[in-house]
Design a protein. Structure first.
Length: 192
């Protein structure tokens, strides 16, 4: 599609063709968590803290964006932030100070958006092993004759001992052949 649009020199698409979930603003305006939710795990407190922080940061960012348009709004917001900061410090750790809580949405109607968990890409290879790891997993070679480790067929002691059984006696005897004579022997004569 992108190549087609490029060929037809289409620079802008109408907003009705672009779904909001495909844009960067997909999470804007959606609640990131609920402070009353308990996760029931050790790291649940951290998740709950992160959800509360995200929700408050989002709302504060929206307020700051609206207030920064004029000087009167920004000075008013600075004063309100100071008052609000003092009131927040006065709240007990339990959160009970007689301050009424206002919830614009019920629990059922709130949408919770989280980033998807990361998965490995399709066709992604395994991790690279070092040559030492490969050698350790293979183990030592075995001889194809006797099955022992530490040598191969060429240096197998059992194979060499089979060939050397009858050669020990023959190796000590001198080699003599009647058909050949040496130059210095008395049987050799020159015929002139």
């Amino acid at each position: 599609m992108v190549c087609f649009f490029k060929k037809k020199q289409v620079l802008l698409l109408h907003e009705k063709y672009i779904l909001r979930r495909w844009t960067k603003n997909a999470k804007v305006g959606i609640s990131y968590g609920d402070s009353d939710v308990s996760y029931g795990m050790e790291d649940g407190a951290e998740k709950s803290l992160m959800a509360r922080h995200g929700l408050l940061a989002h709302k504060a960012c929206m307020i700051v964006d609206d207030a920064s348009l004029t000087d009167a709004r920004s000075t008013y917001l600075q004063g309100e932030f100071e008052k609000l900061h003092l009131r927040i410090k006065e709240i007990d750790i339990d959160g009970h100070n007689g301050i009424p809580t206002y919830s614009s949405k019920s629990r059922e109607s709130q949408q919770l958006v989280e980033d998807p968990s990361e998965v490995r890409a399709k066709g992604c290879g395994k991790r690279m092993k070092s040559s030492k790891e490969k050698a350790m997993s293979k183990g030592s070679r075995q001889c194809s004759v006797c099955g022992g480790a530490g040598h191969d067929k060429r240096t197998c002691p059992t194979l060499n001992s089979r060939f050397n059984i009858g050669t020990d006696d023959v190796a000590n005897e001198p080699y003599e052949d009647a058909t050949f004579t040496t130059v210095g022997s008395s049987n050799f004569q020159f015929g002139f």
